[in-house]
Design a protein around this ligand. Structure first.
Ligand code: URA
Length: 245
C-alpha cells in the first residue's frame, strides 16, 4: 500500500506537491470514487484516475548494480554528485530507487527497484536478509578482539544483532587486515561503526553478497536485471529467512 500522492508522482503525473493539489481539488478518483484525503493509501489492484484519465500501471523492474565507490545511493543529489541511478541505462523510464543504502565510499551489491513492497520486505530488519561485507581494516585483530561483533555490540542507536565474522588475512608490514562480516540489519554506517567500536577502523568496504545474490561476473559500475526466479526467491527469503531446497 502506498500513499496516493506518491503513486501519482511515481507514475509521472506530477510532482508529489502538485499531486497533493490535484487530490485536494477533487480531481483524483480511486475505484471510481473521488478522494480528497491526502493520507489515502492505495494498492496495485486499485484503479486510479486523474481528471478522467486512468493511470497506467508502471511495470515493476528490478536491477542489481555493482556500485562503485564515490557514488551516492540516492535518486538525486543536491550537491551534484553522481547517483546510482545515473549508472543505469538512460532508456529506463521507470523511477527506480535503491533498496537500502551503501555509503558514498562503500562499493558493492545494491538492488534498485520501483516495487515498494519488495523493497520494504528486503530492508526491514525483522525479515533478516543476510548481507556480507568485506572490510579492509587498520590493524590486525585477534580472534578474541572480533568476538564482540559476534556477540553484538552496543552502538549509540542500540545493540547490534550477532554478526558472523571471519578474519581472511592480515599483513604485518602494512598493518592491515581483511575481514568478512555478515549482518542482517541496516543501521546507518553500521559496519564502519562496529569496527570503530572495537578499535579497528575500516579503510575500505565492499558489499559482496545480499542474501544469495553475488557480484559474480560484474565489474564496478555494471548492472544486470534480476531474473524472475531471483525475484521470487528474494521474496521467499524475506518472508522465511531462508531459501527452500
Ligand atoms: N555498513 C557501512 O558502514 N556502510 C555501508 O555502506 C553499509 C554497511
Amino acid at each position: 500500500m502506498e500513499r496516493l500522492q506518491k503513486v501519482l508522482a511515481h507514475a509521472g503525473v506530477a510532482s508529489r506537491r502538485k499531486a497533493e493539489e490535484l487530490i485536494l481539488q477533487g480531481k483524483v478518483k480511486v475505484n471510481g470514487k473521488v478522494i480528497t484525503e491526502l493520507g489515502t493509501k492505495v494498492s496495485n489492484s486499485d484503479t486510479v484516475e486523474v481528471e478522467g484519465v486512468k493511470l497506467e500501471k508502471e511495470q515493476k523492474v528490478y536491477y542489481l548494480l555493482y556500485k562503485p565507490r564515490g557514488v551516492i545511493s540516492a535518486v538525486s543529489d543536491d550537491k551534484g554528485r553522481k547517483t546510482v541511478t545515473d549508472l543505469l541505462p538512460l532508456h529506463i523510464k521507470e523511477r527506480v530507487y535503491p533498496v537500502g543504502r551503501l555509503d558514498y565510499e562503500t562499493s558493492g551489491l545494491l538492488l534498485l527497484t520501483n516495487d515498494g513492497d519488495f523493497s520494504y520486505a528486503l530492508t526491514h530488519p525483522k525479515f533478516k536478509v543476510d548481507k556480507t561485507y568485506v572490510a579492509r581494516v587498520k590493524g590486525i585483530p585477534l580472534k578474541e578482539q572480533l568476538r564482540p561483533l559476534e556477540r553484538g555490540i552496543v552502538l549509540e542507536d542500540g545493540k547490534t544483532a550477532p554478526a558472523k565474522v571471519k578474519l581472511l588475512s592480515g599483513e604485518r608490514k602494512t598493518n592491515k587486515a581483511i575481514v568478512e562480516i555478515t549482518i542482517h540489519e541496516g543501521k546507518n554506517r553500521q559496519v564502519r561503526r562496529m569496527f570503530d567500536a572495537i578499535g579497528f577502523p575500516v579503510q575500505k568496504l565492499k558489499r559482496e553478497r545480499f542474501g544469495f545474490l553475488t557480484l559474480h561476473g560484474l565489474n564496478a559500475g555494471d548492472w544486470r536485471e534480476l531474473t524472475t526466479h531471483e525475484i521470487k526467491q528474494l521474496r521467499v527469503l524475506a518472508e522465511t529467512g531462508k531459501i527452500g531446497n
